[in-house]
Design a protein around this ligand. Structure first.
Ligand code: BES
Ligand code: MN
Ligand code: ZN
Length: 504
């Protein structure tokens, strides 16, 4: 969907429909006098009688078709709220529903009158979120539809932002572009996570990273199984040993001019392209969802690409630990002991706890290679986290209060919420192994999100600020919402993007 900026007033605005969110019982012609002037027919249009602003209500009000601005869609947001999070949610939901409705009407384009956003708080923030939501709602995943593709709703071709002023204000242009790029970032993460495991496996993920980074200022490094072996990534290799597709480590480095020697922020993503559980095979129900056990890596890749495209002035590095977790004669077995890159020996007791094994080597690698300002890992790590927090909020662990606050604040901006959970030191004893330096799981299900995080923490040097987002509960959207169709949510892509932008 192309984004256009139309200055010079309503006579120049040609889009199919104007999208105007409205609070319950709001008299829009009073609260937004500009709208009454731009579309005077609203003052007499009979359809206005039905506009109540109730949550979920959508009314399209028409003027004569030859008028320049003759179709206005009012999208009910319900009772007016003031809390920032609720307002942002209301704005995103409204514009997403508006675009869905415009698509259902088979329109070619939609329009956001900039002046109408003032009633919704900071108009630049509102614009950013409106464009973000509109773009997400315009996307449909048709990659693997073939014979039924033409039954899908058409996408809007363009979105116009209208200004009554003669010129488009610079900040408005910037805000809209930021929202647009955030949506592109999330959509790419969703596409990657949604790609089935027979198509996207470690090698093809790595190839994709190379192609996507081609025309950017990014340095791409790919380690194949031989290099991983030579370097000593014993834990990562153990996970990949059962797969027909060998493991990979992908590193994307972004160093803007003048910041080449800054301490980098490093994102680390779990990239299990399929998690069958390995020899400790998962049950059948829901196993197909394990194609998206690489959402952490997808979010890492897409956020770094977007940050490079935006040329943010921060040095950011992304590390994606890719492997397939499959049962096989060569697969790792419960009871095996492997030596990870850190030099620690690790006893494997449950082959389904594979995420932390690829991550512990990636974390060790990051600390051997860079003096990181902060390390943030993102992983669909534990069912226990999903049990604890459900499907709307991710688990956040950190050894650094200020970093934890930043990650949470970036998530707030992104609409990707997290809740801090404790790195309860007492549970470290659960990771004691009778045979190796450390065991990779506790033996019980209780507190398993915490023991997983503690296992990762074992590989973090004391003075490195580190945060871990467990997104196991939130990476999959079971029921379609305004902003996300059924399937992968791409959770954390925008959080990482906002962290890299650093201006949330
Ligand atoms: N990828 C799973 C976690 C997961 C579960 C993600 C549900 C998304 C939805 C992870 O590799 C896993 O299997 N974890 C085990 C750990 C256990 C064996 C200690 C789990 O949570 O059951
Ligand atoms: Mn698993
Ligand atoms: Zn997994």
């Amino acid at each position: 969907m192309e984004l256009f900026f139309h200055a010079g007033g309503e006579d120049r605005w040609t889009a199919g429909v104007a999208l105007v969110p409205i609070w319950e019982n709001e008299n829009i012609l009073v609260t937004c006098a500009d709208l009454a002037e731009a579309a005077p027919f609203l003052q007499i249009a009979p359809g206005m009688r039905d506009v109540s602003g109730r949550k979920g209500e959508i009314s399209v009000v028409y003027g004569h078709k030859d008028l320049p601005y003759s179709r206005v869609m009012f999208i009910g947001m319900g009772e007016k709220c003031t809390e920032q999070r609720s307002v942002l949610e209301a704005i995103r939901t409204a514009f997403a529903k508006g675009v869905a409705k415009a698509r259902a009407l088979h329109l070619e384009s939609a329009h956001i009158p900039f002046f109408s956003l003032k009633r919704l708080g900071d108009e630049l923030v509102a614009l950013e979120e409106a464009v973000y939501a509109a773009n997400l709602a315009n996307y449909s995943n048709s990659r693997f539809k073939k014979t039924t593709k033409d039954k899908m709703l058409p996408e809007l071709q363009w979105l116009g932002i209208g200004f009554r002023e003669e010129f488009v204000p610079d900040e408005a242009r910037k805000a809209a572009r930021k929202g647009e790029r955030a949506a592109e970032c999330v959509i790419l993460a969703r596409k990657l996570a949604m790609a089935p495991s027979n198509v996207l496996y470690p090698e093809t993920f790595a190839e994709k990273a190379v192609i996507l980074a081609q025309d950017s200022r990014l340095t791409v490094t790919i380690m194949d199984e031989h290099e991983l072996e030579m370097k000593g990534f014993g834990a990562h290799l153990a996970v990949g040993s059962g797969g027909q597709h060998p493991p990979r480590l992908v590193v994307l480095e972004y160093a803007p001019k003048g910041h080449e020697n800054d301490k980098p922020i490093v994102f680390v993503g779990k990239g299990i392209t399929f998690d069958s559980g390995g020899l400790c095979l998962k049950p059948v129900a829901g196993m197909h969802m394990m194609k998206s056990d690489m959402t952490g890596a997808a979010a890492t890749l897409s956020s770094i690409l977007t940050l490079a495209e935006e040329e943010v002035p921060n040095r950011v590095i992304g590390v994606m630990a890719l492997a397939e977790n499959m049962p096989d004669g060569n697969a790792m077995r419960p009871g095996d002991v492997v030596e990870g890159l850190s030099g620690d020996t690790i006893e494997i007791v449950n082959t389904d706890a594979e995420g932390r094994l690829v991550l512990c080597d990636a974390l060790a690698y990051v600390q051997q290679t860079w003096d990181a300002r902060a390390i943030i890992d993102v992983a669909t790590l534990t069912g226990a986290c999903a049990t604890a927090l459900g499907d709307e909020v991710a688990g956040l662990f950190s050894n650094d209060d200020s970093l934890a606050e930043q990650v949470a604040a970036a998530g707030e901006k992104a609409g990707e919420y997290s809740w801090r959970l404790p790195l309860w030191e007492g549970y470290k004893t659960k990771l004691k192994s009778p045979v190796a330096d450390i065991c990779h799981t506790g033996f019980k299900r209780q507190g398993a999100a915490i023991t997983a995080a503690l296992f990762l923490k074992h590989f973090i040097k004391d003075n490195t600020p580190w945060a871990h987002l467990d997104i196991a509960g939130v990476d999959w959207c079971e029921k379609e919402t305004a902003l996300c169709s059924e399937g992968c949510s791409g959770f954390a892509a925008r959080t990482l993007l906002e962290l890299g932008r650093g201006d949330f």
